[in-house]
Ligand binder design. Structure first.
Ligand code: UDP
Ligand code: MG
Length: 322
């Protein structure tokens, strides 16, 4: 088998502090793999600028001018990590044999790429980078992340535990993945749906080398909601079950009330009535809210808006359509 062409896909959002540190590390890794004969000399690092407001795009352009192994594309505005990654993967799929997606902050151990490429050569089309421990995380991040995975699994979302978006995916899988046309995307839960032979590689995740995280608690919660509602309809089933149980309890309550009336006991009305009204009001609002989430999703999906728009590239394209 001839050496595969590897494209490393790196989404970047306001990363002017960390990019000058990590870009040479990516290049070093790429060159190391090339000289070890593991990947083709045609391999590249593709940075995706996700509408950064700082000097990120200038840095990427400079890198691309300085070394032919560096390439960059820019999204027309900030669309979030998942869409930036998707843009990079779709850009790469016709130009390489394998892609590895990785964050640009140096948290993921680059050395795991050797093992990923090895797994690919052994026949895996998808290789998940899995964190071997969460020692570098704060207690808060660790606990919230763990409950996130647990909840996702309970909700029926098939996900590799402790795998984020550090992953090798072959161009073959990406070509099939391109048929997944949904607008609400949650990549780590979608690749298992594509199928093909997959493997895992374990690595230590470090602290960010510079800059700060773009995933505060609020964004993490909306990421979890996005993951559940775009991949599972279990919450809707849960509402049905909740409704059934509430109906059953209500029925028992009615019988109890009738019995009380027949026995001639005066009903101490107010408190219990208010409790029931409040409880039912809560259940109903919650249920409507969950249904609303899905209706919102359907609304967004029916628009079929583009999932990303590339405004610039560091290289010339002959295709005038692009
Ligand atoms: N990122 C992005 N668009 C965004 C937010 C983040 O492309 O709107 C990129 C960011 O530059 C980084 C990766 O996604 O390469 C992961 O983000 P971050 O390190 O902030 O998240 P954390 O590792 O704390 O979960
Ligand atoms: Mg990070």
């Amino acid at each position: 088998m001839s050496e595969p062409i590897l494209w490393i896909i790196v989404p970047c959002y306001n990363e002017e502090d960390v990019l000058p540190i990590t870009a040479p590390l990516f290049l070093q890794k790429l060159n190391g793999l090339i000289s070890a004969g593991k990947i083709s000399p045609e391999s590249r690092v593709l940075f995706v600028n996700d509408g950064s407001r700082d000097r990120t795009w200038e840095i990427i352009s400079e890198l691309a001018r300085g070394d032919e192994h560096f390439l960059g594309i820019a999204q027309s505005r900030n669309r979030g990590h998942q869409n930036a990654l998707l843009a990079g993967l779709m850009e790469a799929k016709g130009r390489c044999d394998i892609t590895i997606s990785i964050d640009c902050d140096g948290q993921d151990d680059l050395n795991a790429m050797d093992a990923m490429v090895e797994e690919y050569r052994k026949g895996c089309d998808v290789v998940y980078g899995v964190r071997s421990s969460r020692r570098s995380d704060s207690w808060f991040k660790r606990t919230t992340a763990q409950s996130f995975y647990r909840m996702m699994n309970k909700m029926g979302v098939e996900m590799v535990y402790d795998h984020a978006d550090y992953r090798l995916v072959s161009a073959k899988v990406l070509r099939h993945f391109a048929d997944f046309q949904e607008v609400n995307i949650f990549l780590r839960g979608m690749f298992p749906l594509v199928g093909f032979k997959s493997g895992s590689v374990y690595y230590e995740r470090h602290e960010r080398l510079a800059g700060k995280s773009h995933y505060p608690l609020g964004k993490m919660i909306s990421f979890a909601v996005e993951g559940i509602t775009s991949l599972s309809v279990k919450p809707l089933t849960m509402i049905v079950v909740l409704g059934l149980i509430t109906c059953l309890l209500g029925f028992v309550g009615i019988i109890w009330a009738i019995v009380e009336v027949l026995l001639g006991n005066t009903i101490t009305g107010w408190a219990s009535t208010i409790c029931i009204i409040l409880f039912l009001g809560g259940v109903q609002l919650l249920s409507i809210g969950v249904i609303g989430e899905y209706i919102g999703k359907i609304y967004l999906e029916t628009k079929r808006r583009p999932r990303y728009i590339i405004s610039e590239r560091t290289w010339e394209t002959e295709d005038r359509e692009q």
